[in-house]
Design a protein around this ligand. Sequence first.
Ligand code: HEM
Length: 482
Amino acid sequence: MTVPTASLPLPPGPVGLPLVGSALHFIGPFGRSPHAVLTRLAGTYGPIVSFRPGTAGDFVAVSSPAAAREALVDNDAALAARFVPDVARARAHSSESLLFLPSSSDLWRQHRAAVGAHLSAGRGLLDGARRVRDRHARGLAARVRARSGAPVKVGEAVLGAVLDVVSGTLFSEDVVGARVRGDHGQPFEDLVAAVLADWTRPNVSDAFPFLAPLDLLGARRRVSRGLTTLYEFLDDEFIERRLAGGVNRSRGDLLDAVLARHAKAELTRSEMTKFFTDIFLATSNTSRITVEWAMALLFKHRDKMEKVQAELAASLGSKDFVEELDLDELPYLRAVVKETLRLQPPAPLLPRMVVADGVSLGGFSVPMGTCVLVNLWAIGRDPTAWPRPEEFVPERFLGDEAADFRGSMDFAYRPFGAGRRMCPGLDFATRLVPLLLASILHKVEWRLPDGMAPEDVDLKDRYSMVLELAEPLRAVPVVSTP
Ligand code: HEM
């Protein structure tokens, strides 16, 4: 609500030390779990907590469904800019980026409209690209089955399929295995993984911006090199080749739509390249992490793993590979994905910057320039909203198809965010993630490596803008020959 806020107090929070503020709360092991630190602080100070992690300015963490609603709906317009981490300034990426431009920017609006028009449910491209998703899900299943008896890094295998699906949807071409120029011609997927690793690693430049010019961890330099290679690759391999194709170039994909805007001088070449880069970056980690977490949780809860596989066997029978249309008949599998996103939302802290005066949350003043972090991790475990909040219970999402990601459960469940900056890939992700999970579970018996028992599965998480498993999941697919 926008009211005169001069007389309102600031939100309560830990008293900071000179210079370092409340940074001590976030170093060492705590630095790996700021979502959990902020949840604990909410237990002490209430659902709206202010803190200063260094000299980067004021932060406010919001950790209850009601406070999240106030931030993301009542104050949607005032909180519609993003915190820009130092690495995102490499190659001036953030200044032309869908991920980081404020929502007042024309370019941001145009990009959002393009993604909405092409990747939302019921719109041509998303439905039309179903075959792309089915093909790569089948490819993933085949690759996993071919490794029968040998340990597989689950996240790595899934990332390849995600990148190919995105590339197939954007450019109508596969991308995994394609060699990029420079860096010894590394495969595209390794380049994306390397950029994401630096992009998401906590960086001292963000807590202490006066140190940013020194780039002490070298993250901005490495991201800059990676982005240069990525831009060149996307530009040469897809944009340039399609432009050179003349009249035969039209494929009806997102690249065609973007090139049409370029032809009308609505988009520069650099804006196009950054747009595609953003889609790869936004899609790859989130979708891969969700499948990896779901598998880890299923390993830990063997009975639920058996239940999903029984559902797959009953529904698909002797059919060898899962297809997207089969998902309608797999409610338990869809519930597993929903429960995974509740417990381990890949983007647990939504970073929004306050861009207007007079903003208040819960009766506290939140001045312009404050970064508001909406703690989805805390909200998904709020004991007033969820019975047995810490337990993995996919069954809670069965029955009336509760929780559709768009607010049917109000703000207790918003793994894709809310408001004008809500994830534009929701429909894409909610088709792709269950499909990939089903594909690796169907007709494969999964075992843990090295004699591990389910209780040995390590579910510790590690925050790095996204919420990773601290120990990447390794597991052994076993296919019994018919
Ligand atoms: C399981 C998969 C995914 C999850 C959990 C997820 C979650 C999120 C969340 C929480 C946000 C921030 C929303 C907010 O601030 O309110 C976001 C933003 C975004 N997501 Fe996703 N996402 C996923 C997959 C995807 C996919 C497949 C795409 C590709 C189209 C995508 C594209 C984006 C973009 C471009 C943004 C930035 C939007 C903006 O700032 O205007 N995401 N996502």
